[in-house]
Design a binder for this molecule. Structure first.
Ligand code: FES
Length: 138
């Protein structure tokens, strides 16, 4: 069940969306995908853990707007240090989404606001949607 929170300072109320239990995101391991939308367009966002922290991005390469993962949830390259696009090998810093090699030069992934907190069901990762990028209607 989602837990709503009110974020101060903005004109709109941000509804935090529970993504997964914290234990499901392993450092440098498989990412968790979630359906999302930008306006009427269906898109995918993903969440990974890197150096202990959870991060989330729109699953869209900065080179050509394609999804990054070559197999579902496979976002890290083999060293576990970078996110890699399967199509032409662009690599991104997992903590900032900034392109650090390959044809995405100068680009970056669209970052999501991610929070991790304790809940009655255990520690969990939450997405705090902002702007046009919103969770898909369930
Ligand atoms: S589409 Fe990602 S590197 Fe070209």
């Amino acid at each position: 069940m989602s837990t709503g929170v009110n974020e101060g300072g903005g004109e709109a109320t941000v509804q935090a969306v529970r993504v997964c239990a914290s234990g499901e995101l392993v450092d440098g391991g498989l990412g968790v995908r979630r359906a999302a939308r930008i306006g009427a367009d269906e898109v995918v966002v993903f969440f990974v853990r890197y150096e202990g922290r959870a991060h989330g991005y729109l699953n869209r390469c900065a080179h050509v707007p394609m999804e990054l993962d070559w197999a579902e949830g496979q976002f890290f390259e083999s060293s576990g240090l970078y996110l890699m696009c399967a199509t032409h090998g662009a690599i991104y810093a997992p903590d900032t989404g900034k392109c650090v090699g390959g044809p995405c030069r100068g680009g970056r992934l669209r970052a999501l606001q991610v929070d991790e907190r304790d809940t009655p069901e255990g520690r969990a990762v939450f997405w705090l949607p902002d702007g046009e990028l919103q969770p898909a209607a369930s």
